[in-house]
Design a protein around this ligand. Structure first.
Ligand SMILES: [Zn+2]
Length: 678
């Protein structure tokens, strides 16, 4: 991370000189000042400012295909999970009258087990299912302005606020249990999932009662688990679930700090990470494990990938270079786990295995959590690589684990996907595996991935634009409109593009502030010679750290046009296997398949599906010619607006006949069964 901190600092200084405080060089060198080296990774120094400030949720609205996708999610699993799975989502009033007490030993959580002892551990599950689902639902409703969904979301927010006790407690435990655990529990995790959604609603509605409720609930946590004298991550058993998920209560604390500027929220972040690191837990993100260069990631993938941003939060809140170094080490370990699609190994466990496009599946929950961590790193460090990783994951792994025609998602998916019948790639020994299939619920495994599939597009959209003291930046590309305030004046810019399916991006200034300001545009890593013009004339553009900067006094109607000119290219995965890319898109050969309906739901139009290949020919690429046929393909998603995308071909070898043939390729996000590496 050190290089990124330095980058953020230089960026800040160069852009304008009016940016917020940046890390001191003394800290950069590992000293807190006064000439003494830092020896305690958890000691508080001077907090670091992020290179880019996230905009309040709802400042960025999707347009084009992104808007269509979120509308389709609302028409599908995101909009109907409560009807598809009422027993978990509606009937268990887990934050209200059905709070957990010592007397509750069993409840329906939607998992495959007959073991009551195991079930007790998961009694918090429905809180995650409900709150992550509502988080995706209300963000989707806000982003596309769906009035029915907005009314439903508002009623939900009101209902939840009514469950808050007079002392501020918002959560799933009755008085006999709360803040007193010696084992697995969901105290912090049930609040994290709930409060993230409430904070998004506050940023949209500006209803002060919502922010007050979240602050009150957070102060209740800080009283229930007092900093420095309590052990919120203590467990007599090292294998935990909800307990260690709860580390990302740091998400709530960081947003509260951004909204209120209260330092105690930052200090509590460092306390949580310190206690998490010092307890005996089988978790990858503990400080000592990260600093052990021989330690390989092995934990539950979704925990590991979400804990990246908890550590980043602690590193920035403390300004401690030792935590910053640990984050560096963590990210090196994570880099070994990334598949060509951007999907991180974890099916459900990472298990010390490096990524393999056929063997290491990824859970949809991990896609959302890693994307959220990447966008957080992009904001904090300002380094473009986190934008590239976000786009790779969202456009490929995330789109490629959805069966859009059938309003379903895959719980687990591999890049090379030859069967989607339950077990991994048709492995006949995995008798109980159901996750490699498509469902709008996945209740036979756990209802975790479907809620997260409704969160990922809204989280991508929210991070497409960021700002700092002098600049507004298009940090992730795609069709969108941003409305924000610059020096007290409103600004609105629309981004018109088919990106990533096309390489032209037009930024149109709909409302300009007085005076000059910089429009920064992140240049993707694959761009070699971008062509940029302002109002039709080539402009002298400064290129600073891969952000193009256009600084001028803007007027309404100004257009910045960018031609990124993506090219079809061959690249190689960690094992040297070739695969094809086109800009941020990873390409796949779609394998012809036949689906069967494996489960029906009472709600019309919703089913579970299994896919088998009609024939399974795995092509070999030996360096033959390849090419692009722009806009050869045009397809409609669920009857929505037609979305076109280019089609590609490459000369490959049929290993059975030995003959070479032209093999068609499409963006892997548009496939079900597919071959990605050749
Ligand atoms: Zn999941």
């Amino acid at each position: 991370m050190r290089s990124f901190l330095l980058f953020g600092m230089l960026m800040a200084l160069l852009l304008s000189g009016v940016l917020e405080a940046t890390p001191s060089l003394a800290q950069e060198g590992g000293s807190p000042g006064y000439g003494r080296p830092v020896t305690d990774p958890f000691v508080l120094l001077k907090p670091l400012s992020p290179a880019w400030e996230p905009l309040p949720f709802s400042s960025v609205r999707p347009t084009g295909w992104l808007k269509v996708q979120i509308q389709e999610n609302l028409a599908g699993f995101t909009g109907h999970l409560d009807s598809l799975c009422p027993v978990l989502v509606v009937k268990d009033d887990i934050y209200g009258k059905d709070r957990l007490t010592r007397k509750v030993h069993k409840k329906e959580v939607g998992a495959l087990t007959d073991n009551d002892a195991a079930l007790v551990q998961y009694l918090w599950w429905n809180s995650e299912t409900q709150s992550n689902w509502w988080d995706g639902f209300l963000r989707s409703a806000i982003l596309v302005g769906d009035s029915d969904a907005l009314a439903k979301a508002e009623a939900y927010v009101r209902r939840i606020l009514r469950t808050q006790d007079s002392d501020g407690y918002l959560g799933i435990y009755d008085r006999d249990l709360r803040y007193h655990f010696r084992d697995e529990n969901g105290e912090l995790w049930s609040k994290t999932t709930l409060l993230r959604g409430l904070l998004a609603w506050y940023e949209y509605s500006r209803d002060p009662s919502v922010l007050q409720a979240v602050e009150k609930a957070t102060l209740n946590v800080m009283k229930g688990y007092p900093p420095d004298t309590s052990r919120p991550f203590y467990s007599i058993h090292p294998n935990v679930g909800g307990l260690s998920h709860g580390l990302v209560f740091t998400d709530v604390l960081e947003t509260l700090y951004r909204l209120t500027g209260k330092r105690e929220y930052q200090e509590y972040i460092v306390f949580l990470y310190r206690n998490f690191s010092t307890e005996v837990l089988n978790e990858d993100a503990q400080y000592a494990k990260l600093m052990d260069s021989t330690y390989q990631l092995k934990g539950h993938g979704v925990h590991t990938y979400e804990h990246i941003r908890a550590l980043a939060a602690a590193a920035y809140a403390s300004g401690n270079p030792m935590l910053d170094n640990a984050l560096d080490q963590f990210l090196v370990k994570v880099s070994r786990e990334i598949n060509p699609s951007g999907g991180p190994a974890g099916d459900e466990w990472i298990g010390g295995r490096p990524a393999d496009p056929t063997l290491t599946g990824y859970e949809y929950c991990s896609l959302q959590e890693l994307l959220h961590s990447y966008t957080d790193l992009l904001a904090k460090t300002g380094h473009k690589e986190w934008g590239d990783k976000t786009e790779r994951l969202f456009f490929n792994a995330a789109q490629g684990a959805v069966d859009a025609q059938h309003r379903c998602i895959a719980y687990l998916k591999t890049d090379n996907s030859y069967y989607m019948t339950g077990p991994q790639n048709g492995d006949s020994t995995q008798h109980h595996q159901t996750r490699y299939s498509y469902s709008p619920v996945h209740q036979d495994a756990a209802v975790c991935c479907v809620p997260n599939a409704g969160r990922i597009a809204p989280y991508y959209v929210a991070s497409m634009w960021m700002k700092n003291g002098d600049a507004l930046a298009a940090t992730l590309l795609g069709p969108s409109t941003v409305r924000t305030v610059y020096k007290g004046d409103s600004v609105c810019i629309s981004e018109h593009t088919e990106y990533p399916y096309g390489g032209r991006v037009d930024f149109v200034v709909d409302k300009a502030p007085g005076g000059s300001f910089s429009l920064c545009i992140r240049m993707p890593e694959w761009v070699t010679r971008p062509v940029i013009s302002v109002n039709g004339r080539p402009d002298t553009i400064e290129d600073r750290f891969a952000f193009m900067v256009v600084r001028r006094v803007w007027t309404k109607g100004d257009i910045v046009r960018l031609d990124l000119d993506p090219k079809m290219e061959v690249t190689h995965d960690r094992k040297g296997q070739p695969y094809f890319t086109y800009g941020p898109l990873v390409l796949a050969h779609p394998i012809p398949s036949t689906f069967t309906v494996t489960k029906n739901y009472p709600l019309a139009g919703f089913h579970d599906y299994a896919y088998r290949p009609d024939s399974l020919l795995r092509y070999v690429y030996k360096g033959g010619a390849y090419g692009v046929f722009p806009w050869a393909k045009e397809t409609a998603i669920n009857g929505g607006s037609a979305q076109r995308f280019p089609e590609f071909q490459a000369l490959m070898t049929d290993p059975v006949s030995g003959r070479d043939e032209q093999v068609s390729l499409v963006p892997m996000g548009k496939t079900i069964l597919r071959q990605v590496t050749f």
